[in-house]
Write a protein that binds this ligand. Structure first.
Ligand code: NI
Ligand code: MN
Length: 232
């Protein structure tokens, strides 16, 4: 099968692997204003990766795992919460670790952000916010930053894992904006950047067009997908 990924709005992406597995990162579907209706109720899913506890990254995680039987990977404290919700196939990780699952090699990497679980008051500690480096079976390695500011160790992520593609937040306010994301591309050494975490709310002002303006000479491709659009 052909590798693909579909942007479901905000920071939610659905990957299709060459062995036919379906992997979602940071599922926010039902109440996500950017998620197309046709994707709000996924029926088939093999794995979900969660970067941190905030609702715009986890709102549909429990329901989706229950209805599809998908396995879940999350930072340790978030994984504990998923297990308390009754999910059986939850695999905890922490920063720096790697797990092999469904033919993928998944490394949890740092993010400069916070993480709390907000389904009850007061909010509960969600562990450290994270990103992921995902090495797919067919040789592609991607860096999925989650919510983060720019940080200098992105250079180390680039040197260690050599991702060719980075999924970076660009909306500003809660994460980095286009200016920091442009520097992130240079530190990571990626050929392609997929912008995310923009446009969902009026306060997220960073745009792919601004990022493109900041990357003229470097040759980094800005792969801008509309919600519901698939790259393959
Ligand atoms: Ni967040
Ligand atoms: Mn967020």
């Amino acid at each position: 099968m052909r590798f693909s990924f579909t942007f479901l709005g905000h920071s939610t992406f659905l990957f299709g692997t060459t062995t036919g597995k379906r992997v979602i990162v940071d599922p926010w579907l039902e109440t996500n204003p950017s998620c197309p209706d046709s994707f709000k109720r996924l029926r088939e899913l093999d794995l979900m990766l969660l970067t941190h506890g905030h609702r715009d990254h986890t709102a549909d995680a429990v329901a989706l795992a229950r209805t599809t039987g998908a396995q879940a990977i999350a930072p340790y404290e978030l994984a504990q919460w998923l297990e308390e919700k009754g999910l059986k196939r939850v695999f905890a990780m922490n920063i720096g670790g790697t797990r092999s699952i469904l033919g993928l090699s998944i490394t949890m990497v740092p993010a400069v952000h916070s993480s709390s679980i907000e389904d009850a008051a007061p909010p509960r500690y969600g562990g450290l916010a994270s990103g992921y480096v995902i090495a797919f079976e067919h040789g592609l390695t991607i860096y999925f930053a989650g919510d983060t500011a720019l940080f200098g160790d992105m250079r180390v992520i680039g040197e260690l894992y050599r991702p060719s593609m980075a999924f970076l937040p660009i909306g500003d306010v809660y994460t980095m904006g286009p200016e920091q994301a442009a520097i992130a591309c240079a530190l990571l050494g990626v050929k392609t950047v997929v912008p995310m975490h923009y446009g969902t709310f009026p306060e997220l002002t960073g745009t792919p067009a601004r990022l493109r303006e900041l990357l003229p000479a470097s040759g980094v491709e800005v792969l801008e997908l509309k919600p519901g659009e698939t790259f393959d």
